[in-house]
Design a protein. Structure first.
Length: 256
């Protein structure tokens, strides 16, 4: 039995499951696509579901870099789930463009147990997304958010702020989070990882080689703004989390 202390926010008794290796997408800042020599090996969903059926847990966090890359992957997962008698609750990573393109599958995925998705939006600016080779459209992010809400699937949104951010960029990110009522999100500082294309582009501009700073919370490149102001704005964009219902539920549970 998985310990109740093993949790993801308010979701407790969470078991971790890994099925695929690498990532099929080409985001140049991400090291995941470099794993396994750049070769992506997708999950065997039948084996994954068999493993889940043998583990006593309330939630299963599938830590593959992407839960489904193609429609047939989602259909294979739904089919695999239908073969077992155990009811499962799933946390996994999905891209915004997949959510929009395969919107008709969301009710079936919800029924199959999809409880929460973690979505790497990264930026609300399309020029920035193009620089990252992200290949998603920020103008359609609101559609993905709405679809998840309509299907009662929880969202954790992932954002990334670049050292080149201006005051306007921070305000735009804060306003996007507030406008679309994103309850749970994380914001990291752009951190080039050795082995990625992003690292090769900026390695000559790195201001530190201290690995303790490579935690996605510290600047390793010189920012456009004064350093203190950059950090003030970075944490300012997190303030909305003080209103997060899920986070307060998590806090109250641990303080009781």
């Amino acid at each position: 039995m998985i310990s109740p202390k093993t949790s993801y926010l308010e979701k407790k008794q969470v078991a971790l499951i890994k099925g695929s290796i690498g990532c099929p997408y080409g985001c140049e800042y991400c090291y995941c696509r470099c794993v396994n020599g750049g070769v992506y090996i997708k999950s065997d969903y039948d084996k994954m579901v068999e493993e889940m059926a043998d583990i006593e847990a309330e939630y299963f966090w599938i830590v593959d870099d992407v839960l489904f890359a193609m429609r047939e992957d989602a259909l294979a997962f739904i089919e695999a789930i239908s073969k077992i008698d155990v009811k499962v609750k799933i946390i996994g990573y999905l891209r915004a463009d997949f959510i929009i393109k395969e919107a008709d599958l969301l009710p079936r995925l919800k029924k199959a147990g999809l409880a929460e998705v973690i979505v790497g939006f990264e930026s609300v600016n399309n020029e920035e997304l193009e620089d990252y080779h992200k290949s998603t459209d920020a103008l359609r992010y609101p559609e993905a958010i709405s679809l998840l809400k309509e299907n009662s699937i929880d969202l954790t949104a992932l954002f990334m702020v670049h050292p080149d951010y201006s005051l306007r960029d921070f305000i735009d990110l804060r306003d996007f989070i507030r406008k679309h009522d994103i309850d749970v999100y994380t914001i990291s500082v752009f951190t080039p990882i050795k082995g990625t294309s992003s690292y090769e582009k900026v390695k000559k501009d790195l201001i530190t080689q201290d690995l303790k700073k490579y935690d996605f919370l510290h600047l390793v490149l010189k920012p456009r703004l004064p350093v203190p102001l950059f950090y003030i704005l970075f944490y300012w964009t997190h303030l909305r989390l003080l209103k997060s219902k899920r986070i307060w539920k998590y806090i109250s549970r641990h303080n009781s």
